[in-house]
Design a protein around this ligand. Structure first.
Ligand code: CA
Length: 241
């Protein structure tokens, strides 16, 4: 049975584009323009979506309030749509229980990929949450990450950096965001610190994948990015493939 997705968005063209992309991808989209209307439908369970796409700038109540009220009676995953490209939105959004957020303008296909990633994560075993394409296995209790079944020998920052990427496959993190999430207590961090750690991470992943004991050797023989994509001038993401 196809999963239903509730779109709460007052801009009709955005909602229609997204509904179209979801429909062609096998989902069953429903669209509502007002926050209160959506909340009452959800409270009465007249609609039981697998996931909610929620615009922050709604005409009646804002998306943050919709999410706060929703969280009092439902754990349905929420993906925020925001027009404001600022950090506060992201942090507030994640703190009040959203699962991810997308900044407008966005590609509907990217949003569908994010939705798939959230639903996959939700289905995954919470103890050992397997990453995209089962390459990564995150064992939070042990502060350990397995790559193709092999435990990685990572420094604290390499671990936190990879964990951040693995937890949200397909999500594009800017260097500034990674610095804020990973290097929380290190005010001296520079953007190139992130680049340096990505480089050492890729080398360790490559080394593990190739079963080589020599990281330099692994670097010479193979230039694969190990699924950590560089978005020029923007940041990094873990590929969904
Ligand atoms: Ca809006």
């Amino acid at each position: 049975m196809s999963k239903s997705i509730l779109i709460i968005e007052d801009e009709i063209s955005i909602a229609e584009n997204l509904a179209y992309a979801l429909g062609t991808d096998g989902f069953m989209p429903t669209h509502v323009s007002l926050g209160q209307q959506a909340l009452s439908m959800l409270r009465q369970a007249s609609i039981t979506p697998a996931l909610i796409v929620l615009d922050i700038g709604l005409p009646d109540i804002n998306g943050f309030d919709v999410c706060r009220q929703l969280r009092q009676f439902s754990d349905t995953p929420v993906l925020f749509l925001t027009a404001r490209n600022d950090e506060i939105d992201r942090i507030v959004g994640l703190e009040i229980g959203a699962d991810d957020y997308v900044t407008k303008p966005f590609s509907p296909r990217e949003v569908v990929a994010r939705i798939r990633a959230i639903l996959r994560r939700q289905q995954g075993n919470p103890q050992t949450n397997m990453g995209p394409a089962k390459r990564f296995e995150l064992r939070q209790d042990e502060a350990r990450i397995l790559y193709y079944g092999h435990a990685l020998n990572l420094t604290r920052y390499e671990y936190l950096l990879l964990k951040t990427l693995v937890e949200r496959p397909g999500h594009l993190f800017s260097r500034a965001q990674l610095m804020e999430i990973v290097w929380t207590n290190a005010p001296e961090t520079l953007e190139r610190t992130v680049d340096a750690h990505i480089k050492s991470l890729r080398a360790k992943l490559r080394q593990t994948r190739l079963g080589s004991h020599d990281a330099a050797d692994a670097q010479l023989t193979d230039s694969s990015d190990e699924g950590i994509q560089t978005h020029r001038g923007m940041g990094y993401s873990l590929s969904l493939a």
